[in-house]
Ligand binder design. Sequence first.
Ligand SMILES: Cc1cc2nc3c(=O)[nH]c(=O)nc-3n(C[C@H](O)[C@H](O)[C@H](O)COP(=O)(O)OP(=O)(O)OC[C@H]3O[C@@H](n4cnc5c(N)ncnc54)[C@H](O)[C@@H]3O)c2cc1C
Length: 422
Amino acid sequence: MNQHVIVIGGGPAGLMASIAAAEHGASVTLLDKGDKLGRKLAISGGGRCNVTNRMDLQDLIAHIPGNGRFMHSPFSVFNNEDIIAFFEGLGIELKEEDRGRMFPVNDKATTVVSTLLNRVRALKVNIRTNTSVQSLEYDAERVCAVKLKNGERIQADAVIVATGGKSVPHTGSTGDAYPWAEKAGHTITELYPTEVPITSNERFIKSKELQGLSLREIHLSVINPKGKVIKTHEGDMIFTHFGISGPAALRCSQYVVKALKKFKTKTIEMHIDLFPTTHQELLFQDLIKRVKEEPKKSLKNLLKGFVPERFLLFMLDQLELDGTQPANTFSHDRIRDVASFCKSFSFQANGTLSIEKAFVTGGGVSVKEVEPKTMQSKKKAGLFFCGEVLDIHGYTGGYNITCAFSTGYTAGKSAGELVSQK
Ligand SMILES: Cc1cc2nc3c(=O)[nH]c(=O)nc-3n(C[C@H](O)[C@H](O)[C@H](O)COP(=O)(O)OP(=O)(O)OC[C@H]3O[C@@H](n4cnc5c(N)ncnc54)[C@H](O)[C@@H]3O)c2cc1C
């Protein structure tokens, strides 16, 4: 078939690539091995589908720690505002929540997925679900065909690979495309879990005494073996039966993975600052003031509401302070210990959950070998990559989906223009 673009993978990247390729004059076939399209998109953002993020471009890129700078070019073709305009143009109203996160007004991921599918269908894209791709065929210069698991061979003028990463494999992302890219001469940078809960062997984690406790608006830091801060993230976190999770922990996770590898250590230190906007000395002064105001009150009662109750009991236990004693029986140094504990509660992390359990896969097809303005391979003509299969990853908050839509649109547009010129 002439002017034929094959898109492999019907996640946000592949759906948007199919739309853009069809809008730019190509005849498009979309192949997905699952029985449904957009399965991961449908569970993103807690099932509400965090379609994009409304930060300005510089901030957007700053929230894409995995090769964010590469995104300048795809964003010049299709950026977060284009994504918003795209959905609003198709009749989906979006709303902005904290930190610029954009959701459909009805909070239903299914609406986002069905809107994309309706557009794909309206553009007469040939959709083939339950169709697993086995490999790609190349000649010396270009991609020639797609080989399916059932043995079928489909010839193509252009192939867009949008198969996602290796995380949450039941959604279809099982890392199938990495060998296809390698066969074309591409480098696959090391894969690792990102946006993933962090594990710890600390006694207090094993004993589960803090399990389920959430800390709000804290600063969580990853510390190198010399005691220097590698990265700090603000936000909420939660203690779990294996370690910590929640937005701040997810954001720190990749730095834990990388530090463990870089420093070849079994554990890496982390700090929690429960009062990130208050200097330790001021916190200490505040505590002393409380003691002076109610000297006879037990320390435990005096500190009620200062930190969450379970954390308070845990802290008193860790500091070996008898909270039943009157507050004025404690020396200033001991009160200082309380301030210090709250400002930098330290514990050791020993890793993260697996890549399969991660929200996002770090690493992938090296961006050095992909043209950023078109997403075309520098190794084989007619071959394009988009979405999480690439070595690009952002924090949760709509950044990954934004990258998927942006690189997907860019790949689809370029592939469509390429085959239409034939
Ligand atoms: C629970 C969860 C919540 C998330 N929340 C957020 C969030 O809030 N914000 C954010 O930015 N990101 C979030 N993400 C990440 C985001 O969903 C992904 O980055 C995004 O879906 C990647 O899009 P993609 O199109 O590249 O790949 P995917 O969505 O993974 O789609 C890949 C598709 O390719 C198909 N495929 C794979 N191999 C083959 C093959 N051999 N043949 C045919 N088809 C194949 C799969 O079936 C699948 O449909 C979340 C992820 C998870 C798991």
